[in-house]
Structures are given as C-alpha cells and as structure tokens.
Design a protein around this ligand. Structure first.
Ligand code: AMP
Ligand code: FE
Ligand code: FE
Ligand code: ZN
Length: 287
C-alpha cells in the first residue's frame, strides 16, 4: 500500500482539480490519497466521485493556527484535520470566516504590490479565483509569474511573498487548542503538519508539541519534504513515546510546488489508526 495523506487541489492553492488529484494519485501508484485543502471541504465530493475501484480517499482539511512557540511568543502552525463531520457547525463557520478573511488579505497584499508599481491588479486577481476557493499566496505568486515579474512560484515566495517582506499581510489564524477541540467535537482526527519545518519560518519547540499531545493532538506529520533528518528523528521520538499517529506526505500542490505526489508516504497501519480514531466521516473506497 502506498499512501499520501496531505494534498491540495484547486479549491485551495493546488493546481489539480479534485478529479485530477485523484487521477494523478492513481497514476503515481498510490492506493490511498488524502484531499486536505486549506480551510474547506469543497473538494470532497468531486474527489470521491473520481475514485477508481478499490482506490481509497481520506477526506480532510488543513487549518492555519496560532500557537505558543515555547519561547514566550507565538508562531504559526498548520493542523491537518481528517474525517471530521463536514456539516459540524463550528467547523463550517470557522472555515467560512477564514476563507472570507483570506480574500480580503490577498487583495490587500496585491494592492500593496500594485501601489509599489508591480503589474498586478488586485480586483482582477480576486475575480479570477474560482467561486469559493480558498485564496492563498500561491495565487498571487502565479499572477506574478504570468506578468513576467518572476520566473517561478518559488521565486515569488523567496523574493516577494515571504513573511518578512513589506507586502506581507498575515492571514487569519485559529488558536490551535480551539482547532483541536473543534475538530475532535466534529469526530475528526488531528495531525500537526510539518511541525519542525524550520526553513518555512519560526516553529514550535518540542515542549509545545508535547503540550498539544496533552490537549488531544492525535498525530505528527514526520516524513515531509520540508523536514530535515534531525527534525524527523526528534518528532519520531515524541510520537513513539506518546503513542501518536505518524504520517508521511508530499504536501502536493500540483505545479505550484516541485514536490511529486507520493514523494513521502504513510504506513498502512497509521492510516488504519486514523480511521479507527475518527467518528465524523469514513474512509471512502471506490466502488
Ligand atoms: P498562505 O496560506 O496564503 O499564507 O500561503 C501559504 C501557502 O503557500 C502554503 O500553504 C504553501 O502552499 C505555499 N508556499 C509556501 N512557500 C512556498 C514556496 N516556496 N513555493 C511554493 N508555494 C509555497
Ligand atoms: Fe498551501
Ligand atoms: Fe501547511
Ligand atoms: Zn498543505
């Protein structure tokens, strides 16, 4: 069994539609794939409809959270939530609020760049985004590539869109303990995404990871492209000692990133553990 549990589609900042994601997962030799778009479950039904016989789909979402960093400050962390009830009121409301604020925020970032003379049109950018899709910096990065300002999404991030740049506007963050509580109340399972990805920016300390485990965090995403070997060793020690779920995933975003589907994978018994802990939704198997 080859399993990849962290993937994005066009309903957030990926470039494959949910159908294309499921088809690409099959082509990549994956037996199970997750759809974990930022702040939305809008891709779940389309992905489910695209399953081939026997192909498995783990439905989830990724939430951007604020957490104590363990050094007296705060930092941003990402929480993967799997198999929660997509109709749970608190989750639906949190997602909707975040998506709405993300649109205002991306418009603000594009406006700052336009004021500085960059050839981006904030209104046009927002108009191009499909319906209720979750707006993210990769959308602005793509616009900058199309306008010839940069050669790649990656260059847009490293030169213009990173968190310390003057164009940066923070996006809404859910307090992590609220996010864990909300997901569990909706029958879901929580996994800390790329917790020690130091190259992305400030991360939490190991002590904070333990506190999140105390608060009910189910698992840790350990094999992730942004995790160096020492980060994996440290996280694995915590997960094993605390009996946590361990996942490995590509964090696939289509052509917005260079990582391939299945570049990192999860052990079958860990997928089973996620499914057995969840009560909000089921693992889908194509008929
Ligand atoms: P946002 O959620 O709008 O703040 O944007 C963060 C998203 O940008 C992440 O979820 C990644 O998908 C993406 N991202 C971050 N860094 C890079 C990068 N260097 N290249 C491509 N995408 C990136
Ligand atoms: Fe993303
Ligand atoms: Fe993430
Ligand atoms: Zn992600």
């Amino acid at each position: 069994m080859r399993i990849d549990l962290h993937c994005h589609s066009t309903v957030s900042d990926g470039t494959d539609t949910p159908t294309e994601l499921v088809t690409a997962a099959r082509a990549a030799g994956l037996d199970a794939v997750a759809i974990t778009d930022h702040d939305t479950t809008a891709g779940w039904d389309e992905a489910a409809a695209a399953l081939a016989p026997g192909q498995r789909l783990l439905r989830g979402a990724e939430l951007t959270c604020a957490s104590p960093d363990g050094r007296g400050g705060q930092c941003t962390i990402h929480l993967l939530a799997y198999l929660f009830d997509p109709h749970a009121e608190a989750v639906v409301a949190e997602h909707a609020k975040t998506r709405a604020e993300r649109r205002v925020r991306l418009h603000a970032m594009a406006s700052r760049m336009a004021e500085d003379g960059y050839p981006v049109d904030a209104d046009a950018l927002m108009a191009e985004l499909p319906g209720d899709a979750t707006a993210g910096r990769p959308h602005l990065a793509q616009a900058l590539v199309r306008a010839g300002v940069v050669d790649s999404v990656d260059q847009a991030f490293s030169e213009l869109l990173h968190g310390r740049n003057r164009f940066y506007v923070p996006s809404r963050r859910t307090p992590v303990l609220d996010a864990i509580r909300m997901t569990k109340a909706a029958g879901g399972v929580t996994v800390l995404a790329h917790g020690f990805a130091h190259r992305r920016g400030p991360t939490v300390t190991a002590e904070v990871v333990e506190e999140l485990a105390d608060a009910g965090l189910d698992g840790l995403e350990i094999d992730h492209p942004d995790h160096e070997p020492p980060a994996r060793v440290q996280l694995r020690e915590i997960a094993n000692r605390r009996g946590m779920v361990i996942t490995g995933s590509s964090d696939y975003h289509g052509t917005n990133k260079t990582i391939r589907l299945g570049a990192e994978t999860t052990a079958p018994e860990m997928l089973d553990e996620i499914v057995s802990r969840a009560t909000g939704a089921e693992l889908l198997v194509g008929a």
